[in-house]
Design a protein around this ligand. Structure first.
Ligand code: SP5
Ligand code: ZN
Length: 342
């Protein structure tokens, strides 16, 4: 299986993250992508391809031009206001507030973000923009006739909506890849999101559309981040009614205790809907030892996951999302891809 990777991911390198009230080193760190790259190479996957450059209009098919302009200039504006420290928002336009776009950089961060866990740093734009090229290079491989590819994206993307960043995500790599497949020949594309967290950004981007089916298996938003989207009664709207399927699962869920059944149902829905290609938002933060998660999948379970995805029988683009136990990240990703291939 071809693997697309760029070392420029390392330009996203936040200084700290507030977890449980404590400032800690970010769990979304460069070592993640490096350990996955080393593991897929050691497992004989390849070749390792560098991304091609795609134009910005592939991004604005999914994100608003205003949001892209904000992201690409936020660091410089922040440094001018505060100095070379991680750019973070501190308040949000929640209930009772107006949705006006402010002028000051602090207000813009607040307007365009959904959490304070996603630092914009000196290299964020370059890293996020390159991750889009990584995903699109994988999508082009599929469009050119390959049955499968792995886009080793970092930073991840599935929490980013048309004009929102957060959850360690800036640009929605998987959604941009799905849109690219739509714009280049595939009439119906599915996104299967197996990250531990609900893919709120991808869902929102495609929620009113009948040409992209979104299915997500994730921790119950009653218990887990992002809390305010990902419930089972979110089924799509307008033309997109019936094209969204959420499988919220309780903390403690394991492969045999709910996960496999949910994944199987999600795959059945995608198959029944008639998808021509599938983009898999591959998060392995469902792992039992993941530092921020509460599911109980084991390393061998990822082989089963790959096997189930393969039974869809569809051209498949894997796009890396979350997964934070660096010690097991490589094995869990390799098992997913190996299970898929065998
Ligand atoms: C792509 C992705 O997986 N993004 C996830 C963003 C989650 N950010 C919020 C983390 C909240 C962690 N709560 C941890 C409790 C640890 N004991
Ligand atoms: Zn996640």
């Amino acid at each position: 299986m071809d693997v697309v990777y760029s070392e420029l991911h390392a330009l996203q390198n936040g200084a700290y993250e507030l977890i449980g009230g404590q400032l800690q080193p970010p769990v979304e760190k460069p070592e993640r992508a490096e350990t996955i790259r080393a593991a897929v190479e050691a497992a004989g996957f390849g070749p390792l391809l560098s991304p091609e450059s795609f134009p910005d209009d592939t991004i604005t098919r999914v994100h608003t031009p205003e949001f892209v302009a904000f992201l690409s200039t936020a660091w410089d504006r922040w440094v001018e206001a505060h100095g070379p420290y991680d750019a973070l928002p501190l308040n949000w336009p929640v209930r009772t507030f107006r949705q006006k776009i402010p002028e000051a950089i602090d207000g813009l961060l607040s307007y365009y973000s959904l959490d304070a866990g996603t630092p914009i740093t000196a290299g964020t734009w370059k890293a996020a923009r390159t991750a889009v090229d990584v995903a699109l290079t994988g999508a082009r491989l599929i469009q050119d006739g390959k049955r499968h590819a792995f886009a080793l994206c970092r930073p991840p993307g599935h929490h980013a909506a048309a004009d929102l960043y957060g959850g360690y995500c800036f640009l929605n790599n998987a959604a941009i890849a799905a849109q690219y497949l739509r714009d280049n020949g595939a009439a119906k594309v599915a996104v299967l999101d197996v990250d531990y967290h609900h893919g709120n950004g991808t869902q929102a981007i495609f929620y009113d559309r009948a040409d992209v089916f979104f299915a997500s298996v994730h921790a119950d938003p009653l218990q887990e981040y992002p809390f305010f989207l990902g419930y089972a009664d979110e089924t799509g709207t307008g033309a997109g009614e019936g094209c969204n399927a959420n499988y919220p699962l309780r903390w403690g869920t394991g492969w045999e205790t709910g996960y496999a059944d949910a994944l199987d149902d999600a795959c059945r829905r995608i198959h029944g809907w008639g998808a021509e290609a599938v983009v898999v938002s591959l998060g392995v933060d469902t792992f039992e030892q993941d530092p921020i998660s509460q599911f109980k999948l084991t390393t061998p379970d990822y082989t089963r996951m790959g096997e189930r995805i393969a039974r869809l029988g569809l051209p498949t683009l894997f796009v890396m999302e979350g997964g934070y136990d660096v010690a097991a990240l490589g094995d869990n990703v390799v098992n997913t891809l190996t299970g898929y291939l065998n």
